[in-house]
Design a protein around this ligand. Structure first.
Ligand code: HEM
Length: 467
């Protein structure tokens, strides 16, 4: 094993940073591709034109090609597109790809030590502890906490007139997140924590990071991290003595089967990251589901019927699996508009793919967006068609790595069942009581941006009509 893999496996961050400072840029001259405009490279394609750019580049160069300027200005890297590339990167045989160097560009100083940027045996040990927080009983109790918050939030939205749904959803999920993740009751603390959290999110998207002045988003994000850190450290002891059902309390108590548990700073790092990992991804999913069902009223009626058939005022854990059409709808929204459209990694050794050697120290990107629209795997991929996930059609089952909204391999999303639960509970309260409408015509296109996450670019104006 190379020193750097050893350093990552033992979370020896000083050694990792030393390696990073002395790392040489890789020579990618033998890899096909068009590095775009001087200085800006392909950044505009990623931001505004990703589908077209990736499809045209794939047709011209094949499943591997280079790019410039994604993440840090001036950096070259390599795209691997399609299920084979996804498999190579996500299975990560021989530990040749690193998550730390892939995600550090975005997370440094804001989500240090997040589970997603840990590697190898250190990651495996942390994940083992975290897993208990996502077992059936835990999700059951999260459901009980989130349900009334979602219900009263939806009921408080303006009715019968267009509402910018992205903003209202974000606020609602912030309130839900404070309760479910931190155990904070709505009030003064919630506003302070929600604002700190929003500042951190903006910091992640700031391309200048610590090179920018103190009033730039990154600096505000670092302050936000401090605010939430203080809240967590101030409350760890009391949560250990008197735990609630929230995730923060659970992380204070969690151990793996060998009795290993998190230190205080690890609790802080993982609580912070969970807030982040859950928030925008679920907001993004709800936006695309609501767009799709507002433009497909007949399907919305079918979902409503499925939810009303339960004849219940409150959804319980065992009801979740009976909501089959609702489940396909969520899957289809995640296919068409995966919240995390691309996933970054970094090579620590030379890697062979499709006849090319990707040298060590290369940035590598894979794309859920590209795989989710490949005509080789999906019938009419641009059409919203939830029944493609029915057992009879099972279009997602041709290749294990064609459908990756939650990633795959060692870092596959830990919160996927949590997310599905939250979306189902939300739809349960919404569709039984309201019709969602849009001024857009039936089957209209979704106006959205892929970066930093998939969000509607027009704020998603929708109306909610009481039934
Ligand atoms: C629909 C909503 C969600 C989507 C689409 C999503 C997507 C993803 C993806 C693609 C990854 C892997 C990224 C990579 O490999 O680079 C990931 C990792 C992760 N997600 Fe999610 N996520 C969602 C919701 C959640 C929620 C609700 C939670 C927590 C409650 C969560 C917790 C995590 C964690 C902890 C990881 C890191 C796992 C690891 O590194 O071992 N996610 N998510």
């Amino acid at each position: 094993m190379l020193d750097i893999q050893e350093a990552l496996s033992t979370n020896n961050i000083p050694a990792v940073r030393r390696y990073q400072r002395h790392m040489k840029s890789p020579d990618l001259s033998h890899i096909p591709g068009d590095c775009g405009l001087p200085y800006l490279g392909n950044a505009h394609n990623l931001l505004f034109n990703f589908e077209d750019y990736s499809r045209k580049s794939y047709d011209k160069f094949g499943p591997i090609f280079k790019f410039k300027s994604v993440g840090t200005i001036g950096t070259e890297g390599v795209w691997l597109l399609g299920p084979d590339g996804n498999r190579l990167v996500l299975q990560n045989e021989g530990n040749k790809f690193s998550n730390f160097f892939g995600w550090d560009v975005a997370f440094k100083g804001l989500f240090d030590n997040a589970l997603l940027e840990q590697d190898y045996s250190y990651h495996k040990a942390s994940r083992k502890i975290m897993q208990s927080a996502f077992k059936k009983e835990a999700i059951q109790s999260h459901l009980e906490i989130m349900s009334p918050v979602l219900r009263s939030g939806i009921d408080s939205w303006p009715k019968n007139k267009p509402v910018k749904t992205l903003r209202t959803l974000k606020n609602l999920l912030l309130d839900t997140g404070s309760k479910v993740f931190l155990g904070v009751e709505t009030g003064k603390d919630t506003d302070k924590i929600n604002q700190a959290f929003v500042d951190i999110i903006y910091g992640v998207a700031d391309p200048f990071k610590d090179k920018g002045p103190f009033f730039f988003p990154y600096a505000k994000g670092v302050k936000g991290r401090k605010t939430i850190s203080n809240f967590i450290f101030d409350n760890i002891d009391s949560r250990r003595r008197n735990p609630g059902k929230d995730l923060f309390s659970q992380l204070c108590l969690l151990t793996d089967e060998d009795g290993n548990k998190f230190s205080d700073s690890e609790i802080r790092d993982q609580v912070l990251f969970l807030l982040f990992a859950a928030h925008d991804t679920t907001t993004s999913t709800l936006c695309s589901v609501l767009h799709a069902i507002s433009c497909n009223q007949q399907w919305q009626d079918e979902l409503r019927e499925e939810l009303l058939e339960l004849e219940k005022q409150h959804l319980e854990f065992d009801d979740l699996s009976t909501l089959v059409k609702t489940g396909w709808t969520i899957k289809e929204a995640l296919r068409m508009y995966p919240p995390l459209g691309v996933m970054p990694r970094f090579t620590l050794e030379d890697v062979e793919f499709n006849g090319y050697t990707i040298p060590a120290n290369s940035q590598v990107m894979i794309s859920a967006v590209f795989s989710h629209y490949m005509e080789e795997y999906w019938t009419n991929p641009r059409t919203f068609d939830p029944e493609r996930f029915s057992p009879e059609r099972a279009e997602d089952k041709k290749d294990f790595f064609q459908y990756i909204p939650f990633g795959g391999g060692a870092h596959k999303c830990l919160g996927m069942h949590f997310a599905e639960t939250q979306v189902k509970v939300f739809l349960f309260h919404l569709l039984r009581n309201y019709r969602v409408t849009t001024k857009k015509p039936e089957g209209a296109d979704y106006k959205f941006r892929w970066v930093p996450l998939t969000f509607p670019s027009d704020g998603l104006p929708l109306s909610f009509e009481p039934l």
